[in-house]
Design a protein around this ligand. Structure first.
Ligand code: CO
Length: 478
């Protein structure tokens, strides 16, 4: 078997299974890695079309005193329960819609009931944990048992929202945006102070054809939306086309950086660059009169179609290369935007020492990568990129496919600690052995410290967070 095993469904849930550990786990590593991703890819006899359509399966690795316990559980979203009960989709997923018939189409004309199948990320709202997707319908769950608790209606400020809000620990606030697709389409920025649950509007803009935005950048004084020319036609979407079909690549528009003042919410500048597509921003900061903004750039939006399950399940899927790119946005001048390539790729699911370095100058990016460029198969190695020296280190093993690397710093409040002092956690599919394992790398040397072996394969996930025992949860990545 190969990477295709990562797109096979999970049949059974498991609770607190103690995993055999090889190697030694650091004494200080105590907490919970919560991850999210699809775990089922069919409804009745009907296959789902896209990786983003799969039903959310929460995964939990509890780490304490050198031991690791693993649980997984399907999120009991309304979408999941409906599919299980009726053998048919009840909600619109990203690229698969409920069966059309005259009635179904009519129903969609009057309502854009997006799914609550929150399969993309994990977030903390107030003191509670929620599973998230780009629909404003998040689903809360118990971080110990993974049991679904109920709905958490997020921002009512827009039609879709981001799964990558920023958490600024120094200011004690969460910042995010929503995209408005109805009347007066555009983007709305919001902030939620610590302890609050309701968002305050910071500002926004009106845009005729809003773009698909997956993440954004935050600096000390600015919020930057990177708007690639992958734009939605609200009329198509409201008129019954699937979400995926409602977007079109319009390269003549270029990619725009809309820079907002973080306090006033006003647009401070708009910069235009040659067209590219981005899912994930890495980090951004202000230095020498400019905003330095790092992201993973794709040449166009074909990556969205490339993540269809048909393509991903082929023996050698065709996947575009994501490159780590740095943009220099001049502040208070009309100088052109400059760009440089920090790593020619492939890299995706980038993470950093988020708690200490986000919005600040930093040095290390971790991501999934590929031995070949363009990728000849699914992500098959991990990479650590030094953005100062432009050097890289990699971890790989034959027939294995690692997931998003999450950095966990070694010490609390260690302002003097090295940026890569800590570990990387990644859930790796071992296709030959037909099982997965939690890999623990020493982040500095990028070599294995330990692995905890799961007795079955875990489907590939998207994002996750590590929550340290006894501490208020914070985000570990953008
Ligand atoms: Co993402």
């Amino acid at each position: 078997m190969d990477h295709r095993l990562g797109f096979e469904p999970v049949r059974e849930e498991c609770t607190r299974k103690r995993l055999p550990v090889e190697g030694d786990l650091p004494d200080w590593l105590a907490g919970t890695l919560l991850r999210n991703g699809p775990g089922r890819f069919r409804v009745g006899n009907r296959p789902l079309n896209h990786w983003f359509d799969g039903f959310a399966l929460l995964r939990r690795f509890g780490i304490r005193d050198g031991a690791v316990v693993y649980s997984n559980r399907f999120l009991r979203s309304e979408a999941y329960e409906h599919a299980r009960e009726h053998g048919a989709l009840g909600f619109r997923e990203f690229a698969t819609d409920p069966e059309t018939g005259p009635l179904g189409r009519l129903k969609r004309l009057v309502s854009i009931a997006f799914t609550d199948n929150a399969c993309v990320d994990i977030e903390v709202r107030g003191e509670g944990f929620v599973a998230t997707t780009e629909s404003p319908r998040a689903v809360s769950f118990d971080p110990e048992t993974l049991a679904t608790r109920g709905h958490h209606e997020r921002e009512r400020l827009g039609t879709t929202t981001t799964v990558h809000p920023h958490y600024d620990a120094r200011r004690g606030e969460t910042i995010g945006y929503t995209t408005r697709l109805g009347r007066k389409p555009g983007y709305t920025l919001y902030r939620i102070p610590d302890g609050g649950t309701e968002p305050d509007v910071i500002g926004g803009v009106t845009i005729d054809e809003p773009a698909y935005l997956h993440s954004f950048a935050l600096t000390e004084n600015h919020i930057v939306l990177t708007e690639g020319p992958f734009v939605v036609s609200p009329l198509d979407l409201l008129g019954g086309a699937s979400v995926a079909e409602s977007f079109a690549w319009k390269p003549e528009r270029g990619t725009r950086f809309i820079v907002f003042d973080r306090e006033s919410g006003d647009v401070a500048a708009t910069h235009r660059a040659k067209p590219f597509f981005v899912f994930h921003h890495v980090n951004a900061f202000e230095r020498n009169g400019e905003i330095v903004l790092d992201l993973v750039a794709f040449p166009d939006a074909s990556v969205v179609g490339a993540l269809s399950l048909d393509n991903l399940r082929s023996p050698s899927p065709s996947l575009p290369t994501g490159a780590l790119r740095r943009y220099h946005l001049p502040k208070g001048s009309t100088r052109a935007v400059e760009r440089e390539t920090l790593y020619a790729g492939h890299v995706e699911l980038p993470t950093i020492d988020y708690a200490r370095r986000n919005t600040r100058p930093y040095r290390y990016v971790y991501g999934v990568s590929n031995r070949k460029r363009p990728p000849a198969e699914f992500q098959n190695r991990l990479v650590k990129i030094d953005v100062e020296s432009h050097t890289t280190e990699t971890w790989e093993e034959p027939n294995t496919y690692p997931g998003e690397p999450v950095f966990v710093p070694a010490l609390d409040d260690a302002a003097t600690a090295g940026e890569d002092e800590g570990v990387i956690l990644s859930v790796v599919l071992d296709a030959a052995a037909e099982r997965s394992f939690l890999l623990v790398l020493d982040a500095a040397s990028f070599t294995e410290r330990a692995r905890a072996v799961v007795p079955h394969p875990i489907p590939f996930g998207f994002h996750g967070q590590f929550y340290r025992a006894g501490e208020r949860p914070t985000r570990s990545m953008a």
